[in-house]
Design a protein around this ligand. Structure first.
Ligand code: NAI
Ligand code: MG
Length: 501
C-alpha cells in the first residue's frame, strides 16, 4: 500500500495564518509568551513544521487565570443577562459556520485527518455544539422547594435554589478532534457563565487559536476566554494545580487524568475527566452482517483509530467469526491511506511521530504475544506518520493488545459462544467508555446494553454523536458527562436560599 500524494492549493487565509508565529490570547489581547519561547507544530502528513506557536507555561497561565478571575468576579460578563450570553454563544456558532472550509483545512494540516471528514464532521459538529449550548443559557433554572423544618414549629419559609456558574475553569484538551474538543468544553462553560483558560494540545494548537479570533469577533468581553498553548507538563500542569481555578476539565490519557486529580487537591477544585477506552464491539450471528461488518470497520478505523471510544475489541459470535473478520479485513485493505488534503484519501496519518512509535510498538507486542495480522500490521513509508489499518486475530483477553488502549487503527478480533460467557469478558477492562452491539434481536440488544459497564452503548450503529446526547465514561474512562443537558452539571453549582417569612 502506498501513500497518495497530490499537491493542493491551500486557502490564502490559511497560509497567511500559518505564515506568522501564532501568539496566545490573554485578556482579549494576542501576546507572546512571557518567556518569549515558541514551539513548532508539525504537519503529520509530511513531518514538516507547519507553524510556530507561542509556548505558554506557568507565568502565562498565571496571567490568564488572573484575567479570567477578574472577568468572572467583577467584569461585564457576570452582568450580562442569560439571553445576551446565549446570543454571544450563538454568534460564535454562526461565525464558525461561515469559516467551515478554513477551519477544516487548518484541522487537516495540523492533525492529519481527511479534509472531507473535517468538513463534514469536525467543524459542523462544533458549530452544532455551540448552538445547542447557546439555547441552554436561558434555561438554567433552580426550583422552589417546600420545606418543613420540624425544630421550628409554626415557622414559614420560602426556599429555592439557584443554578450558578462554577467560576474560572481550566480546560485541557487533546489532539484527536482539536476544534471539536474545544467546542465540547467551551460551549457549556460559556453558556453557564464561566470564564475559561483553554490549553490546546501541543500537537494541534492552531484551530483553537483561530477560534480565539472568532471569539473576539463575536464580542465576548476580554478575559472570558483565554487560549494558552503549551506543553502538558508545564502549561497544563500549572493550570491543573492553580489555586485560583475553580474547576478543571480534561480530555486525554487516563495516566494524565490521574495526575490532574492529584494536582487538583491543593484547592480541591472540581474535576471532570474524559479518558481512555478499550471498547467492545459485539457482532451476533443474527445481525445484518453487511451492516455489522462495515459498521465494525468504521468503529475502529474512523479518525485512524484515534478515538477514545474506538471499537477496538471486536467480539464476534463463533459461527460468523471468519466471515466478519474477513469482511472487516477486506475493508481495511481497501482503505486509501494518504495526505488528508487529497480528496480521495480515506485515512490520513497518525498525529505525531510519538503516536506512530506507540502504535508500531503495539503492533510488535501483538506479534510477539502471538496475534496474527490478517490485514495491515506495518507502518507505511518513511515520510509522515502513516500506519496500515490492521486487524488482529489469535488474540485473547490476557494480551496487552486486548487490554491497553492503542489509539491507532488496530482492532483485535475475538470469537465468543454465547452472551453468558461473553459479558464478563466484554466488561473485563479498566475502561468503560463505549460499546457496540449488532443484532436484529431488539430484546437481546437492550438486555445487553443494560449489562455493559460503559457510558455509551450503540446498537446497530457506532460513533454516533450529537450535541444533545451525553458522552462520558464508567470506571477509569472518566468522571462526568460532556454534551447534552448533563454537561451543564459540570459547569454550574447549586445554591440553596432559605427565607423565613
Ligand atoms: P495526554 O493525556 O498526555 O495529552 C492530552 C492533553 O493533556 C494535552 O493537552 C497535553 O498537553 C495535556 N497534558 C499532558 N500532561 C499533562 C499534565 N501533567 N498536566 C496537565 N495536562 C497535561 O495524551 P498524549 O500523550 O497526547 O497521548 C497518549 C495516549 O493518551 C494516547 O495514545 C491515547 O491512548 C490517550 N489519549 C486519549 C484521548 C481521549 O480522547 N480520551 C485523547 C488523546 C490521547
Ligand atoms: Mg502525554
Amino acid at each position: 500500500m502506498g501513500v497518495a500524494v497530490s499537491p493542493i492549493q491551500i486557502d490564502s487565509r490559511v497560509s497567511e495564518f500559518l505564515g506568522k508565529t501564532r501568539p496566545m490570547l490573554i485578556d482579549g489581547k494576542w501576546v507572546n509568551a512571557v518567556s518569549g519561547k515558541t514551539f513548532p507544530t508539525y504537519n503529520p502528513a509530511t513531518g514538516e513544521v507547519l507553524a510556530q506557536v507561542a509556548e505558554g507555561d506557568k507565568a502565562d497561565i498565571d496571567l490568564a487565570v488572573k484575567t479570567a478571575r477578574k472577568a468572572f468576579d467583577s467584569g461585564p460578563w457576570s452582568r450580562l443577562t442569560s439571553s445576551e450570553r446565549g446570543k454571544l454563544v450563538w454568534k460564535l456558532a454562526d461565525l464558525l459556520e461561515e469559516h467551515i472550509e478554513e477551519f477544516a483545512t487548518i484541522e487537516t494540516l495540523d492533525n492529519g485527518k481527511p479534509l472531507t471528514v473535517a468538513r463534514a464532521a469536525d467543524v459542523p459538529l462544533a458549530v452544532d455544539m455551540f448552538r445547542y449550548m447557546a439555547g441552554w443559557s436561558t434555561k438554567l433554572e433552580g426550583t422552589t422547594i417546600p420545606i418543613s423544618v420540624p425544630y421550628t414549629p409554626g415557622a414559614v419559609y420560602h426556599a429555592y435554589t439557584l443554578r450558578e456558574p462554577v467560576g474560572v475553569v481550566g480546560q485541557v484538551i487533546p489532539w484527536n478532534f482539536p476544534l471539536l474538543m474545544a467546542a465540547w468544553k467551551l460551549a457549556p462553560a460559556l453558556a453557564s457563565g464561566c470564564c475559561v483558560i483553554l490549553k490546546p494540545a501541543e500537537q494541534t494548537p492552531l484551530s483553537a487559536l483561530r477560534l480565539g479570533e472568532l471569539i473576539q469577533e463575536a464580542g465576548f468581553p476580554d478575559g472570558v476566554v483565554n487560549v494558552v498553548p503549551g506543553y502538558g507538563e508545564t502549561a497544563g500542569a500549572a493550570l491543573a494545580a492553580h489555586d485560583q481555578v475553580d474547576k478543571i476539565a480534561f480530555t486525554g490519557s487516563t495516566e494524565v487524568g490521574k495526575l490532574i486529580v492529584h494536582a487538583a487537591t491543593g484547592n480541591l477544585k472540581k474535576v471532570s475527566l474524559e479518558l481512555g477506552g478499550k471498547s467492545p464491539n459485539v457482532v451476533f450471528k443474527d445481525s445484518d452482517l453487511d451492516g455489522a461488518i462495515s459498521g465494525s470497520a468504521s468503529a475502529i478505523f474512523f479518525n485512524h483509530g484515534q478515538c477514545c471510544c474506538a471499537g477496538s475489541r471486536l467480539y464476534v459470535e463463533r459461527p460468523v467469526f471468519d466471515q466478519v473478520v474477513e469482511g472487516v479485513a477486506a475493508r481495511a485493505k481497501k482503505i486509501r491511506v494518504g495526505s488528508g488534503l487529497d480528496a480521495s484519501t480515506q485515512m490520513g496519518p497518525l498525529v505525531s511521530q510519538e503516536q506512530l512509535n506507540r502504535v508500531c510498538n503495539y503492533l510488535d507486542i501483538g506479534a510477539s504475544e502471538g496475534a496474527k495480522a490478517v490485514a495491515g500490521g506495518k507502518k507505511i513509508g518513511d515520510k509522515g506518520y502513516f500506519v496500515e489499518p490492521t486487524v488482529l486475530t489469535n488474540t485473547k483477553e490476557s494480551m496487552k493488545v486486548v487490554q491497553e488502549e492503542i489509539f491507532g487503527p488496530v482492532v483485535a478480533a475475538i470469537p465468543f459462544d454465547n452472551v453468558e460467557e461473553l459479558m464478563p469478558r466484554a466488561n473485563d477492562t479498566v475502561y468503560g467508555l463505549a460499546a457496540g452491539i449488532w443484532t436484529k434481536d431488539i430484546s437481546k440488544a437492550h438486555r445487553l446494553a443494560a449489562s455493559m459497564r460503559a457510558g455509551t452503548v450503540w446498537i446497530n450503529c457506532y460513533n454516533i454523536f450529537d450535541a444533545a446526547l451525553p458522552f462520558g465514561g464508567y470506571k477509569q474512562s472518566g468522571w462526568g458527562r460532556e454534551m447534552g443537558k448533563d454537561a451543564l452539571e459540570l459547569y454550574t453549582q447549586t445554591k440553596a436560599v432559605c427565607t423565613r417569612l
